[in-house]
Design a protein around this ligand. Sequence first.
Ligand SMILES: [Zn+2]
Length: 55
Amino acid sequence: MASKPLVHRGSSSWWSGTFTTLCGQKFPLKGSKNPWFTNPRCPACEAIHRANGGK
Ligand SMILES: [Zn+2]
C-alpha cells in the first residue's frame, strides 16, 4: 500500500509544513517532490471532493 502513493486532494498548511488530505492523512511538505501528477488519484479523496460539490 505505502509503496504505491496516490494523488490526494487536500490543503497545504504552509505554516505547519504539512499537507492535510480530505481522507484524513497528513504528509510533510518539506522535501516533497510533487509526485501529484504522475500517480493514480486517491478514491477516498475524490469521493469526498465530489460530495462537497467539487468538480
Ligand atoms: Zn486521499
